[in-house]
Design a protein around this ligand. Structure first.
Ligand code: GAR
Length: 192
């Protein structure tokens, strides 16, 4: 079975990383996550990578954005990955970086883009008072949370719901939508 090699880039908790790894391994999908790239040495996602024996590249942006991105590209080229999955990677990638993987970098956002881009999609949608929010998966271009939308799933916000109650419901949708969307794209040969 020829496997599609992908890297995951993440910054924090790693619940999406975990959801993706669980699906790939439990359902024996033809996908190999060859590397986790993480920009914080103490990020919890590293524990999940160790659990699944995924090699980790820890980068430090204090070395400079250009140098750091070049280091990541060198590693991913050595790993021969054909695409990148951003799973809570809280950095903007440069146009130069993206040009190495045009339309082969995916991102997940916890709101219905183009509404509520940025770092606080759940809170921003909640504060605005929308009745429906959701999850978006999109290709990454040089704009913040821009790029072609691949999949979306709506989540109703209940009357009098707290943001603390909404948050795990958004994440649950993310954990379902992201793995299946990646699998669909791989099946369609998007990363070839
Ligand atoms: C996820 O909710 C993801 O949608 C969000 O970061 C969280 C990471 O959680 N990404 C963004 O807000 C991107 N703008 P995780 O580390 O548990 O996967």
């Amino acid at each position: 079975m020829v496997k599609t090699k992908l890297a995951i880039m993440a910054s924090g908790t790693g619940s999406n990383f975990l959801a993706i790894m669980e699906k790939i391994t439990q359902e024996n999908w033809p996908i190999e996550i060859t590397r986790l790239v993480v920009d914080h040495a103490d990020a919890n996602v590293i524990n999940y990578a160790n659990q699944f024996n995924v090699p980790v590249l820890v980068v430090d942006y204090h070395d400079g954005k250009k140098e750091t991105e070049a280091k990541i590209i060198r590693q991913l080229q050595a790993d021969k990955v054909s695409g990148i999955v951003l799973a809570g990677y809280m950095r903007i990638l440069s146009a130069e970086f993206i040009s190495h993987y045009p339309n082969r970098i995916l991102n997940i956002h916890p709101a219905l883009l183009p509404s509520f881009p940025g770092r606080h999609g759940i809170q921003d949608a909640y504060d605005y008072g929308v009745k429906v929010t959701g999850v978006t998966i999109h290709f990454v271009d040089a704009t913040v949370d821009g790029g072609q939308i691949v999949a979306q799933s709506p989540v109703d916000i209940y009357d009098n719901e707290t943001v603390e109650h909404l948050e795990p419901r958004i994440h649950e949708v993310e954990h379902r939508l992201y793995p299946t969307t990646i699998q669909n794209l791989v099946q369609r040969g998007v990363f070839q």
